[in-house]
Design a protein around this ligand. Structure first.
Ligand code: SF4
Length: 396
């Protein structure tokens, strides 16, 4: 598995696959062709179908230059390798001087056609939960110890930066009023719910407010942390921020809990997928919920088996969840879904902590099921906005 620095990335929303990935690809292509007079970028499959709502075309033009860039949408063209394909072409004196077919495979990661999807650098000795559980139990160490011995030496410093960035986006979102960009004209709800929380002072309202705050910042194209993706970026900070404020848990503990949650996200990313375009929302919000549940179980002193169970419950009960963003915007159902899944992460954790951690279906099995279910989900429900809620909205 790759380093957690590749899972938790700081960047602008609203989508790691549809915004961050294309932004990175455009920057690389621009560096290769700084003298180009004109760029043509073809977007394929899911990038073409929901690109406008995810600001794909906007971010590419921002990088390459609005006046010299033409975007062509090919929603009918899906590559078997991955649904998020794009081809960059650079022109000089009306002749093509460079061309690059590249895929945004989730979490801001880019791959070329048929390139091996596993990471080149494997930081971890064991890449399944069962292997990791055996290893930590045999040696009498924790998941955190395993992460720390696998990751680069500065991972705790990086994790602290991630916590600070997450909380900065919570704080901005809690006080920013107005509407979200796009035709849906949705009102930001985090500030209002936060005001209600200040009167009630209960954990639930703070979890909802903090999660909405980050998701609304993401939908506005502002800075967030992929956890594991932009669309699902609200769940983990929502839960951690609420416990930081409500239970007075210090940032040092949260920094460590984030790494435990990250281990779960890495397992899903490595053994299945965290891309909504590939496996539906189960891979995004389902994984985020599982990560948050594991992080919280760590904070509450759970054993390794209880942490694994907390992660397993959260992921299991998101299996089959489809991705059908209305009009292609990462707003409905995404924003509310983050808030509800943050609550579900807490419930999953609390449930697991009532047991000794023994259970029937293990996390590895759920991750494999997620991958298989993702393959079977009709493409209309994999970030194409062609089915489900997205279609209902179009009929009206
Ligand atoms: S429905 Fe889920 S997977 Fe799809 S864009 Fe929204 S958050 Fe991402």
């Amino acid at each position: 598995m790759d380093t957690l620095k590749e899972l938790f990335k700081i960047g602008n929303g609203p989508s790691s696959s549809h915004t961050m990935g294309p932004q990175k690809a455009a920057s690389i292509f621009l560096k290769r062709n700084e003298n180009s007079e004109k760029f043509v970028v073809e977007l394929y499959g899911s990038l073409a179908l929901t690109g406008k709502g995810h600001l794909t075309d906007w971010v590419i033009k921002e990088v390459l230059g609005e006046e010299r860039t033409e975007i062509i949408f090919h929603p009918e063209l899906f590559f078997d390798y991955h649904p998020n394909g794009m081809k960059f072409k650079a022109f000089l004196n009306d002749e093509i001087i460079d061309e690059w077919l590249v895929f945004s495979v989730g979490g801001g990661v880019l791959k070329e056609l048929n390139e091996e999807r596993q990471e080149e650098v494997n930081y971890y000795q064991y890449n399944t939960m069962n292997e990791i559980l055996n290893y930590v139990e045999e040696r009498g160490i924790s998941f955190l110890d395993y992460v720390l011995e696998s990751e680069p030496q500065d991972i705790l410093t990086y994790s602290r930066l991630i916590i600070d960035t997450m909380f900065a986006s919570v704080k901005r979102g809690l006080k920013t009023e107005g509407s979200l960009p796009g035709p849906l004209k949705l009102k930001r709800r985090a500030p209002e719910i936060y005001q209600k929380h200040l009167l009630k002072k209960d954990l639930n309202s703070l979890v909802f407010a903090a999660t909405l705050a980050v998701s609304e910042e993401n939908a506005s194209g502002n800075v967030i942390v992929t956890a594991p993706t932009c669309g699902s970026s609200g769940v983990l900070p929502g839960v951690l921020y609420a416990y930081h404020i409500f239970e007075n848990i210090g940032k040092d503990c949260l920094t460590k809990a984030l790494l435990v949650g990250g281990l779960i996200g890495n397992l899903v990313k490595h053994n299945a997928s965290i891309s909504g375009a590939e496996v539906g929302c189960q891979g995004e919000i389902g994984t985020a919920c599982s990560m948050a549940s594991a992080a919280l179980a760590y904070l509450k002193g759970g054993t390794s088996k209880q942490i694994e169970y907390a992660a397993e419950i959260a992921l299991e009960h998101h299996l089959g969840m489809t991705c059908d963003p209305v009009m292609g915007y990462v707003q409905i159902p995404c924003i509310e879904r983050n808030a509800l899944s943050a609550r579900r992460a807490i419930d999953s954790c609390n449930f697991a902590l009532l047991t000794d951690g023994e259970h029937f279906i293990d996390l590895d099995t759920v991750i494999i099921s997620l991958k298989e279910t993702g393959k079977d989900i009709n493409p209309n429900y994999r970030e194409t906005s062609l089915g489900g809620l997205a279609k209902v909205r179009k009929i009206r």
